[in-house]
Design a protein around this ligand. Structure first.
Ligand SMILES: [Cu+2]
Length: 241
């Protein structure tokens, strides 16, 4: 389950910081005691058994699969006439978060390639439940800033260098350039990520991880649903075409 995978990532990170001495091991075991059952017992046993974590498995890469096998999702963060908003269309101003409105229905067992952009200001994109794999972060000039050693010529930024293939739940999305007369940028930084929707059915959110922005509406609600058997999705229990 995703939880187990994410726990493995977290444990690995903690070990990298804390070393593998007995005190760190004891702290990890104690922390695992807060996990839900039945994960708790398995994790505690494996941590006690030489920090083996052998039942954890890495995410299978999505980089090798052809783009045609993915659904597509667009996202544009913005601060402007509609306030703090998120749009499903790059270049089209979106709306602030509205409670009770599902902004995206996604299919369980589906795979999507997302393109993340920002019209005004830079925003750390964060999504819950299913992590994503970084495919590319393209600058406004089209160069891939995830290449090893890549430097953003606009500001010397190297934060994306070597990031291709990494699994993450948060990614910085920089502001586009060259605003048109309507205030919409004509060139964007495009963060391209891939994800699959496994096991979890239901609602969760994506949002800007600057909480001040999130609180003002820079958030969307997502619902993972089952296919309805007629090439559509079973939204809210009522099949729609
Ligand atoms: Cu933001």
């Amino acid at each position: 389950m995703n939880f187990v995978r994410m726990s493995a990532v977290a444990c690995t990170a903690v070990l990298a910081l804390a070393g593998t001495d007995a005190a760190a091991q004891a702290r990890l075991i104690a922390a695992a005691g807060r996990y839900p059952q039945p994960v708790r017992g398995k994790v505690m046993d494996e941590l006690a058994d030489g920090l083996r974590l052998t039942s954890f498995e890495p995410h299978r890469t999505l980089l090798d699969e052809p783009a045609g096998g993915f659904g597509t999702q667009e996202l544009m963060f913005d601060i402007g006439g509609n306030g703090f908003s998120v749009s499903n269309r790059i270049g089209v101003v979106g709306q602030p978060f509205q409670p009770g409105v599902v902004n995206r229905y996604l299919e369980l067992a589906g795979k999507n390639e997302w393109t993340l952009t920002s019209n005004v200001a830079a925003h750390p994109f964060h999504i819950h439940v299913n992590p994503f794999q970084v495919v590319a972060v393209l600058g406004p000039d089209g160069r891939d800033l995830t290449d090893p050693g890549a430097v953003d010529p606009a500001d010397g930024d190297t934060q994306f260098a070597g990031m291709r293939g990494l699994w993450k739940d948060t990614l910085f999305v920089k502001q586009g350039t060259d605003a048109g007369p309507d205030g919409i940028k004509t060139r964007f930084y495009r963060a391209i990520v891939r994800t699959r929707y496994q096991r979890y059915i239901g609602k969760f959110v994506l949002h800007c991880h600057i909480l001040d922005h999130e609180d003002q509406g820079m958030m969307q609600e997502i619902e993972i649903v089952l296919p309805d058997g007629r090439d559509g999705l079973a939204k809210g229990g009522h099949g729609r075409h």
